[in-house]
Design a protein around this ligand. Sequence first.
Ligand code: NAP
Ligand code: GDD
Length: 368
Amino acid sequence: MTESKTAMITGIGGQDGSYLTEFLLKKGYKVRGIIRRGSYPNTKRIDHLIEKYESFDNKGELSITYSDLTDASSIRNAIEMFKPDEIYNLAAQSHVGISFTNGISTFDINARGVFRILDTIRNKGINCKYYQASSSEMFGISPPPQNESTPMLPQSPYGIAKLAGYHITKMHRNAYGMFASNGILFNHESPRRGVNFVTRKITRIFTEVILGKTDRIVLGNLDAKRDWGFSGDYVEAMWRILQHNEPDDFVISTGETYTIRDFLKEVCRNVDINLEWKGTGVDEIGYDTNTGKTLVSINPYYFRPAEVPALLGDSTKAREILKWKPKVMFKDLVNMMLKHDLEERGNEIRGRPVSLEEAKELASKLRN
Ligand code: NAP
Ligand code: GDD
């Protein structure tokens, strides 16, 4: 019998880390993860896996240790202890808006953190493949569609830090012959998405509106276009990138793009609400054409100092070489996230899950 491979995941407690852990455990990998110390539990997304698989002797299916990408010696210790065959570097300050206020720490984690890991692998002579979680945010204002050859013109501290991480990864590949690859992933969402990213914010707060806990959803720029896929599909692409016979960089995307308005409209359509718009600029509102109820308004607080207007990925290279393609597309993604939030927030607010059918009935009665 062949020995199972060991994968180390930074950011194991994040959205993608949780799906990747499930995916790799199913493949028979031993999974090793790092989490950083938080004042509040940060393992909610993987508690079901910890309960079932964790062992503390570093021999079983799942082991986790404390480490932080800003702390080089903690990274070195984790890598030396886990001796991984593959490292998936998913840890990051991943919120673009917050990177404008926390620019330097974002750079330290998202750019210098990459260097700390690759430097350890190289200096300690560890024989492992490295995956870097690069981002479509690096394309910035380059017009769509974007592929591996599109110029990168990032607009945010997050995008700039990720672009540095991307080049640090390529440099280790080119200069030292390391197996270091970039996945340039377009936006991907799920019921486990952080609650302050726009998709999850919308499905969660819309649920609260339906349940009468909140009045409306308050957002920033509604015109940005994003290519939204499902995190569960995208973690498979990460794995395929490291199984390819040579290190390389790949765009991963659905090839469809929608505005924030489209996302809102689709959420509403799920409960038979027809959402339309009136007013202009910051006074614009989104309302239900049947009941007149205001469902969406704007607060400039959520505008960013610079914006990425349109992302649309061309993932032909990954589809042809890695034989990867997305399974969950826009409408199913919206439906999955809304159903989850009706269940979760239903439980929290009403003490029981709320079904889509019940949500439709509640929605038909909403008034200002
Ligand atoms: P996420 O849910 O925000 O997860 C990020 C993880 O990184 C969290 O577990 C976080 O821990 C951890 N982390 C943050 N700073 C750290 C540090 N200094 N040391 C150790 N761990 C740290 O993000 P995601 O959506 O899963 O995304 C995964 C990766 O892909 C990120 O690098 C992101 O930038 C990149 N990416 C995401 C997308 C997307 O649309 N989701 C697209 C392209 C690229 P805490 O829980 O303690 O905060
Ligand atoms: N978060 C948020 N909150 N975004 C809003 C809001 C709001 O209230 N209102 C409008 N938006 C707009 C943002 O201005 C942006 O144009 C768009 O919605 C998407 O915002 P996010 O969901 O925060 O995602 P992002 O595109 O900035 O970044 C995500 O995707 C990147 C890949 O392109 C993150 O997951 C990054 O980590 C990832 O690299």
